[in-house]
Ligand binder design. Structure first.
Ligand SMILES: Nc1ncnc2c1ncn2[C@@H]1O[C@H](COP(=O)(O)OP(=O)(O)O)[C@@H](O)[C@H]1O
Ligand SMILES: [Mg+2]
Ligand SMILES: [Zn+2]
Length: 572
């Protein structure tokens, strides 16, 4: 291969440019209607077509096969060929980064003054234009203010805001976009067909993804990957691309997230350990995990936005359904912070493992929405809260078993989330089955701890907070204080459920009881909610309904799946 792929596949006409449709359309229209500006700014990231489109524009203006400017330059005439080779006298490319001074721009102005040697236009492409010095900009400005009819400037830059406003106002500005994943993938597929490189979508998907919107970056990775594959059996496989990129497979990342979804710290850490035992770095793993979590968020928002191959999209959507949107947002925060920590290059592994543990913990926090939903009467205290819009499982702590006499001691504490993604855990499950007895009254709360916490709040001068929590019934548990508000105190409940409020209460618990308690807020539906269809029976077979019973779920969660089956006598 004599020439790198990126050069060989540089688009020669407007129709070959990918991912910049609006720009191409506008330029074509301008050419066809004969309204060509003298100054253009082409801005955007590296490798997305700025230079390419500038050269096509030069050809369009100078092609000799047409009488005047044409949107479809022939590609064959002397002008077109010379522009392609970079040898056209009237198309001048200047790297502003290395010719940034006033002298260079003065010389340039001299050149501008003379008519084109052969072509219709003298076409200047200033690459990295933001690098010019102030004096150089001033000199350039004079030219842009009174350009000779034959001069056209394209200022290509990755930092348009660094161009002086005076320059910007003289130019037509085109902001180039990062090229969408799917279009890069198609482009790579086409090139591999033409190059007769055996490959598959997974491998090319990895390359497209790693290009991060830059066609040039994707193409140079493709070059490397082809060379890499040539050392083996010539097939450009996902495995060889991954090895090249130092990445682990999406299946591994997915498995790691599945372990997080099933709330098994041991499983999570073991998987991380196995991956780190290969040559991948914690930083790389963290980054891939970050991208995967981001993809899950996008998948929840509607999979069509996902920039991955079809099969990956399907599995991302399945996995996404196992998390709440909020959880994913928290994961993202945790991982981004971890990425940052990993930059210092110390205790990398520790930081990464810590992030994984934090993710597990993050799953145990309940969301404001869920508590609010329970306040509006969609849920009854003690019954599972309605699930999120995506059918994600409700917050674990709202899935407390109904207050039945002494639930059996279980191997796994009930505060852990039920394995997420169990579909029957749906909004309807929140409505008590008709046969289900109404929750038994709370056992009376012991007065002593409440008084101690109240006293602590008083000492801290939290009168407003006191007036809120006094509207609630206090239930102390081993690690928890639950504040149960009546239906008439929905406002107070909302206030109490503010993260800051709960934090202040937890602090008061610590001060008053020398115990750290998690504070949660719920409301008792003692007023009939207007919205809930009171007598609606949950759909599904009796067995399905039984499966939704919180106590049963709790038991199931603590015993390996395959051991248990729900059996409902047919008379029920
Ligand atoms: N929009 C695009 N469509 C097709 N190929 C592109 C596009 N953008 C970049 N390329 C490829 O990347 C190479 C470099 O593109 P270039 O236009 O020089 O990028 P830059 O935006 O940095 O000026 C081109 O030779 C071409 O192969
Ligand atoms: Mg360029
Ligand atoms: Zn031509």
């Amino acid at each position: 291969m004599s020439q790198v792929i990126a050069r060989r596949y540089r688009p020669q006409g407007f129709d070959e440019v990918i991912g910049q449709a609006p720009i191409v359309r506008t330029l074509r229209n301008a050419i066809e209607s004969g309204r060509i500006a003298h100054g253009f700014i082409f801005s955007g990231h590296r490798g997305i077509g700025k230079t390419t489109v500038a050269r096509i524009l030069a050809k369009a203006l100078n092609c000799r096969a047409a009488q005047g400017p044409t949107a479809t330059p022939c590609g064959e005439c002397d002008s077109c060929r010379e522009i392609k080779d970079g040898s056209a006298v009237d198309v001048i490319e200047i790297d502003a980064a290395s010719n940034r001074g006033i002298d260079e721009i003065r010389a340039l102005r001299e050149r501008v003054r003379y008519r084109p040697a052969r072509d219709r236009y003298k076409f200047f492409i200033l690459d990295e234009a933001h690098q010019l010095t102030g004096d150089a900009f001033n000199a350039l400005l004079k030219t842009l203010e009174e350009p000779p009819e034959w001069a056209v400037f394209v200022l290509a830059t990755t930092e348009p805001e660094a161009l002086p406003a005076t320059i910007r106002s003289r130019c037509q500005h085109f902001g180039f976009r990062a090229v969408p994943f799917s279009q890069i993938l198609e482009h790579l597929t086409r090139i591999c067909e033409q190059e007769r490189v055996p490959t598959d979508q997974e491998a090319l998907g990895l390359i497209a993804e790693a290009g991060e919107g830059s066609v040039r970056d994707a193409l140079s990775l493709l070059d490397q990957a082809i060379t890499h594959a040539a050392e083996g059996d010539n097939r450009l496989s996902a495995e060889s691309v991954r090895a090249l990129l130092g990445r682990v497979s999406t299946a591994h990342i997915r498995a790691l997230l599945e372990a997080v979804a099933s709330d098994s710290a041991r499983n999570v850490l073991e998987q991380a350990d196995a991956l780190l035992a290969t040559s991948v770095s914690p930083a790389q793993l963290c980054w891939q995990l970050t991208q995967a979590v981001r993809n899950l968020l996008v998948a929840q928002a509607g999979g069509e936005l996902l920039e991955v191959t079809e099969s990956e999209r399907a599995s991302a959507q399945t996995l996404a359904s196992r998390f709440r949107e909020e959880e994913l947002a928290r994961f993202l925060q945790i991982l981004l912070r971890c990425s940052n920590d990993l930059r210092h290059g110390q205790q990398e592994r520790l930081h990464f493992e810590l992030a994984l543990i934090k993710m597990l913990h993050a799953r145990r926090l309940s969301s404001v929405e869920e508590v609010l939903a329970s306040l509006t009467g969609e849920g009854t205290p003690g019954a599972p809260a309605p699930s999120g819009p995506k059918g994600a499982p409700a917050a674990p702590r709202l899935a407390e078993p109904p207050r039945l006499p002494e639930p059996p001691k279980l191997a796994q504490p009930p505060k852990l989330a039920a394995p997420a993604g169990i579909p029957e855990f749906s909004a309807v499950a929140a409505a008590p089955a008709p046969s289900q007895a109404p929750p038994a009254p709370e056992p009376p709360a012991p007065a002593a701890p409440q008084a101690a916490v109240r006293a602590a709040l008083e000492r801290q001068g939290k009168a407003a907070l006191l007036s809120i929590v006094d509207k609630a019934q206090w239930i102390f548990r081993d690690h928890q204080l639950e504040l149960v508000f009546g239906g008439a105190s929905a406002g107070a409940a909302t206030l109490a459920n503010q993260p800051a409020t709960r934090k202040a209460l937890a602090a008061a618990c610590l001060a008053g009881l020398q115990r750290s308690l998690e504070v949660i807020v719920s409301s008792r539906a003692d007023a009939a909610p207007e919205t809930a269809p009171a007598a609606a029976a949950p759909p599904g077979s009796p067995a399905e309904r039984a499966e939704q019973h919180p106590l049963l779920r709790q038991i199931k969660d603590s015993i390996p799946h395959h051991v248990l089956r729900t059996f409902v006598p047919s008379s029920s």
